[in-house]
Design a protein around this ligand. Structure first.
Ligand code: NAD
Ligand code: K
Ligand code: MN
Length: 351
């Protein structure tokens, strides 16, 4: 690759405050990358209220035709149904077939000799489950009745399973936990579980060194809070994966530090796990770490390991001493101050 073109979609709320920090981080490691180009793109609730479209066609086309990868901030989706509005992030994941949502949750300790208390990856299926959003409301003799379709396919479950096995295989513990609720949802979750379990079959012992475990989703959350260290890689259908990763974020201090990538076979989009945080938006106090780490995760996925390492090291060297932190982590610093601190560390790391 001679150049690296990155689509930037900050979207709404704190997305607009933290995506610029991710952009800065990429620029700070430019010497490790081909020539970097950014393209600003629109999407989100604000875009919808202004133009009537939440995900402009131009955004999707530019991502497809001109970008090598992208960074997405967060959208503010209303809790009520609004005619014509549909969440652009859910749509983008589908449009670009970004079927794997990879969410590492790792605690940072001040003592590098001690292993982190929490070190896991949630691998969330990103295209189906209840997120197909096929919902119906009907009026019955006994009042309203709402129904939703939950789609689970063998194809999507095996491909997410394959990603999870690959990630587990590359980690020291090589443990994969399949999250489901097939004691109740034996057909849908049963198919998910079976499809993931079938991944190692017919690949010549490729995953023989991966230990496979299972947990029902409710007890998985319970055990996650009591003994997070038992988990390594967790693979889950869309909704469970969404919930488990937010829950796991609580174990390491804040949603504001958890990155993710939405990955497909042809494209990757970094995205902080958090939403648009209307309670703190506009105050300049959002934690930029989740977005900065998402940039690193995206670069790592594209093979730019040294660039990603530099960013991650600067983030860890900021979080571990805990001197320069935003309010969600108990600090008093602003988004800009934390960002500047991390950028300085990146620039001076190897001096
Ligand atoms: P949220 O993630 O926006 O916020 C949850 C809590 O965490 C809030 O108290 C918030 O202040 C805090 N928080 C989140 N990120 C932070 C950061 N970087 N720094 C400091 N604190 C942070 O979840 P929510 O409040 O349930 O949802 C708000 C909006 O975001 C909703 O409209 C929802 O639809 C949307 N949302 C979007 C995405 C996405 O873009 N993929 C994901 C989740 C929620
Ligand atoms: K987000
Ligand atoms: Mn979520």
């Amino acid at each position: 690759r001679k150049s690296l073109t990155i689509g930037l979609i900050p979207a709404d709320g704190i997305g607009r405050e933290v995506i610029p920090a991710a952009r800065e981080a990429i620029l700070a490691v430019q010497s490790e990358l081909p020539e970097v180009k950014f393209i600003d793109l629109l999407a989100g609730w604000e875009t919808f209220t202004r133009t009537g479209v939440a995900l402009p066609l131009e955004t999707v086309q530019t991502l497809r035709d001109e970008c090598d990868c992208a960074l997405f901030g967060s959208v503010s989706s209303p809790s009520r149904k609004v005619a014509g509005y549909s969440s652009p992030i859910v749509a983008l994941r589908k449009e670009l077939d970004l079927y794997a949502n990879i969410r590492p949750v790792c605690s940072v300790s001040a003592d590098p000799a001690r292993p982190p208390a929490v070190d896991l990856i949630v691998v969330r299926e990103n295209t189906e489950c209840l997120y197909v959003k096929d919902e119906k409301l009907i009026q019955t003799d006994n009042g309203k009745e709402a129904r939703a379709t939950r789609l689970i396919t063998e194809r999507a479950s095996s491909r997410i399973g394959k990603i999870a096995f690959e990630l587990a295989k590359a980690r020291p513990r090589k443990l994969l936990t399949i999250i489901h609720k097939s004691n109740v949802l034996s057909v849908t979750d049963g198919l998910f579980r079976e499809s993931v379990r079938a991944v190692p079959r017919g690949v010549n012992g490729k995953y023989d060194d991966v230990t496979i475990e299972e947990q029902l989703v409710d007890s998985a959350v319970y055990r996650l809070f009591r003994e997070p260290q038992i988990f390594d890689v967790m693979v889950a259908p869309n909704l469970y994966g969404d919930i488990i990763s937010d829950a796991a974020a609580a174990l390491v201090g804040s949603l504001g530090v958890i990155p993710s990538i939405n990955a497909g076979d042809a494209f990757v989009m970094g995205e902080p796990v958090h939403g648009s945080a209307p309670d703190i938006a506009g105050k300049g106090i959002a934690n930029p770490v989740a977005s900065i780490r998402s940039a690193a995760l995206m670069l790592r996925h594209l093979g730019y390991t040294s660039a990603a390492d530099k960013i991650d090291k600067a983030v860890n060297d900021t979080l571990a001493p805990a001197d320069v932190l935003t309010a969600d982590l108990g600090g008093t610093h602003s988004t800009a101050q934390v960002t500047d601190h991390i950028m300085n560390l990146i620039k001076h790391q190897y001096d």
